[in-house]
Design a protein around this ligand. Sequence first.
Ligand code: HEC
Length: 424
Amino acid sequence: MAWAQPVSFNKEVLPVILKKCATCHYQNGYAPFALTNYEEVKRHTKEMSIVIPNNSMPPWKADASFRDFAANRSLSNAEKELILSWIKSGATQDVSDSKITLSKPFKPEKPDILLKMNKPYLLKASNLNTYISYKIPFELDSNYAISGIQFIPGSKIAVHHASYQIYEVADDVDVFAGPDYFTYKEDSLNRVDDTRDFNYFNMVGESGVLPKERYHGGWLPGTEKIVFPPGIGFNLPKRGVLIIRSLHYSPSPIDVYDQSALGFYVSKMPISRPVGFAAFQPRNPSPGFSWTIAADTIYRAHLNVKFNNDVSLLFINPHMHLIGKTFKAMAITPNADTIPLVHIADWDFNWQDFYRYKKMVKIPTGSVLHAEATYDNTNQNPFNPNYPAKSMPFETGMNESNEMMRLVILYLPYLIGDENISLE
Ligand code: HEC
């Protein structure tokens, strides 16, 4: 269209790139190159004209037509067209101000409390994915009401994703005793049951009192600080343990040290509504569930969970391993209404989010949550770690030679008006 106004890089394209790409693509950021000014963007226009139309960048896996979430990273159609037409028309820079660039790299606001790994973990140069569980014990001067949280990776190139849990422990537990971490390996698969982790990390009281979970969260590149609405959050106990339960490191060609941390933002008001969480997995024996996915098959696994109270959902996190393909969850109310919860149409192990709803989602008493996950254990699946395909067991741990179906929710007991509370 010869009569169309040329697209301005500075005024139109760059603001979109800074908002939707530079959150990961900045100097020494999560992505392999920066996209923060004209020269950097210009250098990558060829790849951009592939990854933008095929939706692989920005990474965002939740199907917004089923359920959209806060902090959706994807580009709108208008934004896609804008960038692509700028590339098509020569990717030129405006004659005017050429100096516009990202002023500040994306640094989180300094947290009030920082819990950091005791020692840097040495990730040895290897071609292997590494999974560890790291214990961060703490003793503070008092309890704190927490309304915001931010995971801070130590090594941006090494840390691939992480999930973490905060526990209060019995008074007689010496939180500082016991090892700092363990590495998940084939032979330690059984270690993934919670009670064994607690014993391993010396978190159980003399009388057998188990730790109480206070918070459960997850992080991957691009996940920003999480802030809860007023009065909502959790209470960080005075003494306790933070476990970064599955800290996944990407294969690294060089030795890398990582010392990741979790930052907390203290609430000015008390937390009247502590966030609850639940993790659901199919268990044997349940109808139609088999512990193994046979080689050369497509397998469907199901979860059905009944809600016995009105709850308000805040976050949802579907989880599978490498051969997962799709994940869909919805709630069916007693009136047979369907509440869409999350749909991943093309699962990618690399991009699994703790999805935050735009507003709280009410699930009425008596509703049943249905989830269905599909797995492709054939060699047509490029992510299949086995060639030829091998049968894969369902397990509860981190290991790429097994599969998993887990759905984690963060929720509150419902109060009238919750469905109008924004989480954006
Ligand atoms: C959430 C973090 C994140 C965001 C946001 C993001 N990227 Fe990326 N990008 C990455 C990472 C990590 C890689 C390297 C690994 C990969 O390809 O998945 C990457 C790789 C790429 C590549 C190379 C892909 C290839 O196949 O060679 C391009 C091009 C790219 N990004 C463009 C973009 C553009 C354009 C945007 C914004 C419209 C964007 N990215 C937003 C994290 C991000």
